[in-house]
Design a protein. Sequence first.
Length: 199
Amino acid sequence: MRDLAYRRDRMVDVQLKRRNIRDAVVLDAMRQVPREKFVESGFEEFAYEDGALPIANDQTISQPYIVALMTEAAELKSGDRVLEVGAGSGYAAAVASRIARTVHTIERHPDLAATARARLAALGYANVTVHSGDGTRGLIEHAPFDAILVAAGGPSVPDPADKARGAYIELRRAWQRYVFVGDLAGIVVLLLVLRILAG
């Protein structure tokens, strides 16, 4: 365990700080969350490597730097209500929960959602709620949100003006989100989407 704690600290110092992740609150959150608890069995020793790792359903747990980058870009505050699209293993939601008041995370794979829900509960992340469903439709019944983190990939960016995808228009303030966009060949880019909401 000491070795993993050392690796976690080193991950923050080497992978994050040296890539200009500067927000002390985000860095502290990344130090608090034990990534080894969110990876598949047998991958614990690789938890603090500089890359994504496989989880069930041919999905991945995001690279630590990407989680930190998205969390910092969201400019989360202690009183925020956050929606994360793409729960995966629950790791990014756990990080966000160390900063925000509440986190709702939605996962389209029911078994992944169930595993993330059980894991987060067992680890004591009481301010995270895991939902199973189509994240592109948001979570209108729990809106408004102060920030949306989109950790799931897709062929295009959902249109915030599409009322069928209601949570994207149910935000309290100016917002930004990172979205993974890729094609079937597996080519993925990370887009920063910024929108200032009137009123």
